[in-house]
Design a protein around this ligand. Structure first.
Ligand SMILES: Cc1ncc(C[n+]2csc(CCOP(=O)(O)OP(=O)(O)O)c2C)c(N)n1
Ligand SMILES: [Mg+2]
Length: 794
């Protein structure tokens, strides 16, 4: 055994102990509050991956490599960083507690250099592939600094491979000529509930092979391979290969004596096989049978080192869930925890002295030797591995002079003009769309900037001189990454590109477009992207029932509520082009902010911190108002609302609208104005930001900051208490109905609550009661004064 292997085994032992101890401490030793439940196990899941992580981090990785660690191996990751001095004992002692090390590795909440957060299984796997595409994208751009290519690596649970997004990603990445991506599958043949299907490995190999991946199967460790060479070894190998997963697990759980009995019963021959077994003690036999490829640091580090190409590679590493712990192999071990007595035995077996449980170098024969060696491990040599990139100046808002246009078309035009400018901003924008590039108005942008591919691909229609509005030329210079229809992939691509500044030190401003209802299709990946603090713009278009003839399947209802509730994203729904211009310009700056300061005392929004942006747009062309340029207008648009028609002191009715129903609100206001003295129209551009500011101000007042007042509170303070508030949106009415709660105003929330009908826009606005008539009727029925004329006066 080489010196390095001896040291790797020593580290492996340390990591097994420290991860199990961290979990044990959190469950059994940390004082509990009354009624507090156990914080969760995962000792078995950590043990199963301890050899893989030891070999990978301590012999294979280079600082430019990036890793997504399967969520429930978090204690193992933290233990490793603790050993390397990058994690504190205090946070480990407080694992899963307030301010402690996180249950699942977290880029945003942990301190120990997490590359990709994980938690929702499957997403951490796929993000590595998209990060690799982003790495290739950057490598092809003249403005990006030269950097060594890193390998994007996922440590994958075998049951994690049940997640559909994994396969969606495989297909997509095949199209993009994926490289530099490794997925190391922890093939312990156990999931949360039980043991996986027999022969799954064949399916896995076939699927990966079909998408052009190399598959490296690591079934046997070095001890097993040596035993197979002994007389009788072939029979043992054959038995192992035929052994069902459940039985292998059950025998592993029961240990050496049971292994011996079973093997003797089934292949004992009073000859070579019997002798092979008898040359080993029970403990030695258990060690041999536990020595699968994924539990053998020699086998693993050799296999990793042998990869001398950049093709995507899946390692199928056979492991044992709970390896070298009393939980090993038991089908119920997922959340299993060693009890106090088992832990005491385990501690003795691991040779850890009482009181020295947290000592990083406990049980190490020569600590200074190991420390010196650890100091040379390449992966940990350059800390931190988190980059920063300078901010790209957004420039001036792009103003459009169209008199009638939809927000979706306006979005396309603004991007086109940015592309035409060739500004630094234009250079850093990368767009992506799941097969709806043309129908979401990205076409002009793509025509100018081209599609990205590592190699030039001809545009045959163009070469054949067939007229087409779309130039579809792929090249390394291209700035649009075309995706297939899977929306999970869209958000994972946005997540990876939106972390480019941090992962690769190069600023990208990613913009994705998607039909608004299908935001829900990629919602978990969107949440994941936000959780990692990736920065991007997502444009949901067309939205709402305004998509009228498309019917219920394509009309979005709840997305404005997603915009409000999704952390990390500022959601806007502009009605007019000048608003859209201002919002996009602001967004390019907002997406790049990374301040830590307290909320802005004007709005109580955390605008220093920055975040991502969601624009909800439509295809309905609206007549544009006269151009508005004042600072107050600009500020109102960004803060979330402005008075389109300012209410007077005796205001009786206020109509608050968001988005495309602006003309209905304005028309209704005109009609109501004939019979009511005083009426206001509030143009809401972001219910999300209004709502967030309100909640923040309430919170600040609770904390004693008595004068804290949000933008929406200031707006509502202008209204007398008897004033009726009518809110209207092409979306769920709850998006705006809360406005009534701000100042205690009686409210009529109009919006869409049921799956869409087909019909004309007018039909549907009437059907759902979001047209001018419905607004007028609400005002007539509920506000004081004489009945309002309900028919439109032309
Ligand atoms: C999207 C999602 N669904 C469910 C879970 C709950 N969960 C956590 S781990 C796990 C099973 C994982 O099994 P496997 O990937 O084989 O990992 P192992 O523990 O065997 O190493 C499940 C269902 C989750 N984290 N994410
Ligand atoms: Mg498993």
């Amino acid at each position: 055994m080489s010196d390095d292997i001896v040291l790797l085994k020593e580290i492996e032992r340390r990591l097994l102990w420290l991860s199990c101890w961290t979990i044990h401490n959190a469950n059994h030793l940390r004082p509990k509050e009354e009624g507090e439940v156990k914080v969760g196990g995962h000792q078995a899941s950590c043990a199963s991956m301890v050899s893989i992580m030891t070999a990978l981090y301590f012999s294979t990785l280079r600082p430019e490599d990036r890793v997504a660690v399967k969520p429930h191996a978090s204690p193992l990751f933290h233990a490793m960083q603790y050993l390397m001095g990058n994690q504190t004992r205090e946070k480990l002692e407080n694992f899963r507690g307030y301010g402690g090390a996180q249950s699942y590795p977290s880029r945003t909440k942990d301190i120990d250099d997490v590359d990709f957060s994980t938690g929702s299984v499957g997403l951490g796997v796929a993000i590595t592939a998209f990060a690799s595409i982003v790495q290739d994208y950057l490598a092809a751009k003249p403005w990006a600094h030269d950097r060594p290519d890193g390998r994007m690596i996922a440590l994958v649970g075998d049951a994690e491979l049940d997640e559909g997004n994994v396969y969606e990603c495989l297909q997509e990445c095949w199209k993009h000529d994926l490289r530099n991506t490794w997925w190391i599958i922890d093939y312990n043949r156990q999931s949360l509930d039980g043991v996986v299907r027999e022969g799954l490995w064949r399916r896995i190999e076939a699927i990966f092979g079909a998408f052009g991946w190399d598959v490296v199967r690591l079934k046997h460790g070095i001890l097993q391979r040596a035993a197979f060479e002994e007389p009788g070894g072939a029979a043992l190998r054959d038995w192992i290969d035929r052994c069902p997963n459940q039985l292998y697990s059950a025998l592993t759980y029961q240990g050496g004596a049971v292994w011996r009995k079973r093997l003797m019963d089934e292949i004992g021959d009073q000859g070579a096989v019997t002798a092979l077994l008898e040359r080993r003690t029970d403990a030695g036999l258990a060690e041999l049978m536990n020595n699968l490829g994924g539990q053998c640091v020699e086998t693993l580090s050799d296999a990793f080192a042998a990869i001398d190409h950049d093709r995507p590679t899946a390692f199928l590493a056979y492991t044992i869930k709970g390896w070298n712990t009393p939980l090993a192999g038991h089908k119920d071990n997922h959340a299993g925890l060693m009890n106090v007595a088992q832990m005491a035995d385990f501690q003795i077996a691991m040779g850890v002295a009482e009181g020295a449980e947290w000592e990083p170098m406990e049980t190490v024969k020569d600590p200074s030797d190991l420390r010196a060696w650890l100091d040379t491990v390449p992966f940990f040599a350059t800390a931190p591995r988190r980059y920063q990139a300078p901010k790209i100046a957004p420039g001036e808002p792009v103003l459009l002079d169209d008199s009638v246009l939809s927000t979706q078309a306006g979005f396309g035009k603004i991007l086109d003009q940015i592309a035409k400018s060739g500004s630094p901003l234009a250079e850093r924008i990368v767009t992506t769309s799941p097969d709806v590039t043309v129908s979401t108005n990205l076409g002009p942008w793509v025509n100018r900037t081209g599609l990205f591919a590592r190699d030039v691909q001809a545009d045959t229609f163009r070469d054949e001189k067939i007229p087409s509005t779309q130039k579809w030329r792929f090249s390394p210079e291209g700035q649009h990454i075309e995706l297939g229809i899977a929306e999970m992939n869209l958000f994972l691509m946005l997540a990876a590109a939106g972390l480019s500044h941090s992962l690769f030190g190069e600023r990208l401003l990613p913009i994705g477009t998607v039909y608004d209802p299908f935001i829900a299709r990629g919602l978990d990946a969107l949440n994941y992207a936000c959780y990692m603090d990736a920065r991007f713009m997502i444009v949901g278009t067309p939205a709402g029932v305004t998509l009228a003839p498309e019917g219920g399947a394509h009309q979005s209802i709840g997305t404005p509520l997603i915009g409000i509730s999704q952390d990390g994203i500022a959601a806007f729904e502009p009605a007019y082009l000048d608003e859209l211009s201002i919002i996009m310009d602001w967004s390019f700056d907002y997406m790049q902010r990374s301040g830590e300061n307290d909320p802005d005392e004007r709005t109580w929004l955390r605008d220093e911190t920055g975040g991502s942006v969601y624009l909800r747009l439509t295809t309905k062309a609206l007549e544009q108002p006269a151009y508005r340029v004042s600072d107050a207008f600009r500020q109102g648009v960004i803060d979330g609302a402005y008075w389109l028609r300012r209410p007077g002191p005796n205001c009786e009715v206020v109509i608050a609208y968001q988005g495309v129903v602006a003309p209905e609100a304005i028309a209704a206001a005109g009609r109501i104005g004939n019979d009511r003295r005083d009426i206001g129209v509030l143009a809401v551009t972001s219910a999300d930001r209004l709502n967030a500011g309100w909640h923040a101000a309430v919170r600040m007042r609770r904390r004693g900051h008595r004068t804290a007042t949000s933008h929406v509170e200031q707006l509502m303070a202008e209204l007398p208490s008897h004033c009726l508030l009518i809110t209207v949106i092409d979306g769920h009415p709850a998006t705006l109905s809360w406005l009534g709660g701000v100042g205690g105003h009686r409210t009529v929330p109009l919006g869409v609550e049921h799956f869409g009908q087909t019909g004309s826009v007018a039909d549907l606005y009437r059907h759902f009661g979001i047209d001018a008539d419905a607004i007028v009727a609400a005002a007539s029925n509920l506000s004081a004064g004489r009945p309002i004329t309900l028919t439109a006066i032309n």
